[in-house]
Design a protein around this ligand. Structure first.
Ligand SMILES: Nc1ncnc2c1ncn2[C@@H]1O[C@H](COP(=O)(O)OP(=O)(O)OP(=O)(O)O)[C@@H](O)[C@H]1O
Length: 309
């Protein structure tokens, strides 16, 4: 596994990462979340041997990136979204062959690996087409394959779906999930929290370089005390219906279009709709929205770090 203990990185007087303890095991996707400037990219660069920490220790499968950078680089790969990491004038197959040679992968190993990777990312049919003719999603999938050409144990994915259209991002998520199933350890940063919720078995949340919280997405939602929201749409919001809804709970809000909204613990949907019906309201719709990871992250970032730590 990858492990950081008391990791700290300073840039002059700026402390980008404070005392971060992080574990990335094999065989699952681990998330690293935080608002802009939280320290995610700095952490990933330290793991990838691109930056050296100010203090604390890092282990990548038992290896030290500072003392054994070459050995670490053989076991990891880094893919950053939004960056062009493949050559447009070469075919997909040529790109993978070229990067494999840069990693000194022997030809007899590389040949079947390239074919397997093209298959894994769904580019087998386009293998011999130049990348300049690929769609953006195809090029992004080729970047993932490029990141696997040295058969790393760990893959560091920094915003892999940045700027991709929804169907393309969905394809890419399938590939990422398949990698963890094949035993790779994946560390993922993403601003798309639904993606993190779907893929990550464990998530670390950092804010301003500090550890704020960690757990499964569901645990994070539970820890932050975010509640489900019940929305009842009524055909006509008469003063009587409105008064009854407001009397039901002080936290009731009336949203545009006459929608009665209430967030809170427990199951209030039944009681709230009955109250509205008893006051003469006719129902148009009912929605129960479970709290999401996004709600949890926003709640965590609203709290002072000292309170959470
Ligand atoms: N080379 C550098 N010199 C000085 N400060 C830096 C340097 N690199 C990063 N920082 C600062 O360290 C902090 C953490 O930056 P980092 O890029 O790690 O955040 P991030 O969580 O990846 O943010 P984003 O989501 O915007 O990519 C920021 O305040 C940033 O300005």
């Amino acid at each position: 596994m990858i492990e950081t203990v008391h990791l700290r990185k300073e840039f002059g007087t700026k402390v980008a990462v404070h005392d971060l303890n992080l574990t990335v095991p094999l065989g699952r996707v681990t998330g690293l979340l935080g608002l802009n400037g939280a320290g995610k990219t700095t952490t990933i660069k330290i793991l990838a041997t691109l930056l050296r920490q100010t203090s604390g220790t890092v282990s990548v499968g038992g290896l030290d990136p500072v003392r054994q950078p070459r050995a670490v680089r053989r076991r990891i790969n880094l893919i950053a979204g939004g960056e062009r990491m493949v050559y447009a004038r070469m075919t997909g197959r040529e790109n993978l062959w070229y990067f494999g040679q840069l990693y000194d992968v022997p030809g007899r190993v590389l040949r079947p690996r390239v074919a397997e990777l093209l298959d894994l990312v769904g580019l087998a049919e386009a293998a011999d087409t130049r990348v300049e003719r690929y769609s953006r999603g195809m090029a992004q999938r080729l970047s993932i394959a490029r990141g696997l050409v040295n058969d790393p144990d760990y893959l560091l994915l920094d915003e892999p779906t940045l700027g991709l259209d929804a169907p393309i991002a969905r394809d890419l998520r399938r590939v990422v999930a398949a990698l963890a199933e094949r035993g790779k350890g994946v560390l993922l940063t993403s601003h798309y929290l639904a993606e993190v919720e779907q893929l990550c078995a464990h998530v670390y949340v950092i804010g301003d370089g500090r550890h704020l919280a960690e757990g499964t997405p569901a645990e994070l939602v539970a820890q932050t005390g975010c509640h489900r929201t019940v929305r009842v749409a009524v055909v006509e919001l008469t003063p009587r219906v409105e008064a009854a809804a407001r009397a039901f709970a002080p936290a009731v809000r009336i949203a545009p279009g006459g929608v009665v909204e209430l967030s809170g613990p427990g199951d209030v949907a039944g009681a709230l709709t009955s109250t509205i019906i008893e006051a003469g309201g006719a129902l148009k719709g009912l929605e129960i929205a479970e709290p999401t990871l996004e709600d949890a992250i926003l709640a965590l970032n609203d709290r002072p770090a000292a309170v959470i730590a």
